[in-house]
Design a protein. Structure first.
Length: 335
């Protein structure tokens, strides 16, 4: 039995990582910004088949403060660093995202190094790999990096890119033997565990509720959150994952319209009309959300999962992930 710290245990990915660690028989610690959230996290886990009791302990720690990290990581063999801000809307000041992402990652790495942790698994993102380059014919791989000064690179993408680069720099310069593995998921779907919805899940909820007025020509990769969690666990212990990155993607990218068609055909949701790109560009004159979408219209950004599958990882399909999202929203009474 090993001891694992999961940062951001109340979040979408963090909760699924905890569930799989507990199922594997490990002792789990997790950080939350306020210990008042412990009851909610335990209730969520119990509602989804896990009642860990004393095998799960909670620590208060904030990405923007030093307090609590040394205590949280003491005695741990591994750390799953999942916590990172991901807003529904872009902030006016990009440092609201960049600062906690970069500084928080470095706080976790320093605490892990000082506590003698073997390996940290960092949940990064495709946002750190596949943006700022425009259209390209070949799939992105783990060798690629987002150009933070390129077109359509928003604050969230910058925050994930700069945080991951800072992590690799730390390992190379100050790690003192600490190992790092990085998982880079595309758009994360799959079962919501409670009503605290991630940005991707909220998109499906809006589609199911008929609140999405139309689908512009936007494309994205899809991955089920359960597959992200399973890859995180593989990257934690596999010898060949030492100091490596792994893209978490199910297969070919999908469009907003294709996602809407899956929901329409399989569960009968209303099919929103397609928004032609000329209309989105016109709306961008007045609408900030449309303005953000314009540079990404028609850009597919395919990603390769060859390296992750070499670990023995087999993800669910795009449709399975999207439908699992929908079923969980119905189960929770959120649509």
């Amino acid at each position: 039995m090993i001891n694992v710290l999961v940062t951001g245990g109340s979040g979408f990915v963090g909760s699924h990582v905890i569930l799989q660690l507990l199922e594997a028989g490990h002792n789990v610690r997790t950080t939350v910004r306020n210990l008042s959230r412990e009851a909610q996290v335990r209730e969520t886990l119990k509602a989804n088949g896990a009642d860990p009791g004393e095998r799960l302990t909670f620590f208060a720690a904030d990405l923007e403060k030093d307090d609590g990290w040394a205590e949280a990581v003491a005695g741990c063999d591994y750390v799953q660093h999942v916590a990172s801000p991901f807003p529904l809307n872009q902030p006016r000041d990009e440092q609201e995202l960049i600062r906690p992402a970069v500084e928080g990652t470095l706080r976790v790495l320093r605490a892990a190094r000082d506590a003698g942790v073997k390996r940290v698994v960092l949940t990064s993102s495709f946002a750190a790999i596949g943006y700022g380059h425009g259209q390209r014919a070949t799939p992105y791989t783990e060798a690629d990096w987002t150009d933070v000064n390129g077109p359509a690179v928003q604050p969230y993408m910058k925050s994930k890119t700069l945080a991951e680069r800072a992590a690799w720099d730390f390992i190379g310069q100050e790690g003192n033997g600490l190992e790092l593995a990085v998982v880079n998921p595309v758009g994360i779907f799959g079962p919501a565990l409670n009503n605290d919805l991630s940005t991707s899940i909220e998109l499906v909820r809006q589609m199911m509720s008929g609140k999405l007025p139309g689908t512009p020509d936007l494309w994205f990769g899809v991955i089920d959150v359960r597959d992200v969690a399973s890859l995180q666990l593989l990257a934690m212990t596999a010898p060949e994952a030492k100091n490596e990155r792994f893209l978490a993607v199910a297969g070919k990218s999908t469009s907003l319209h294709e996602m809407a068609v899956i929901l329409h055909d399989r569960i009968g949701t209303k099919l929103p009309r397609r928004l032609p790109s000329w209309l989105v560009r016109t709306l961008a004159i007045f609408n900030p959300m449309a303005r953000e979408a314009v540079p990404r219209l028609g850009i597919r950004g395919e990603a390769s999962n060859v390296k992750a599958k070499a670990l023995g990882w087999e993800p669910l399909s795009n449709a399975e992930a999207i439908l699992a999202t929908a079923e969980s929203l119905k189960k929770l009474g959120l649509v």
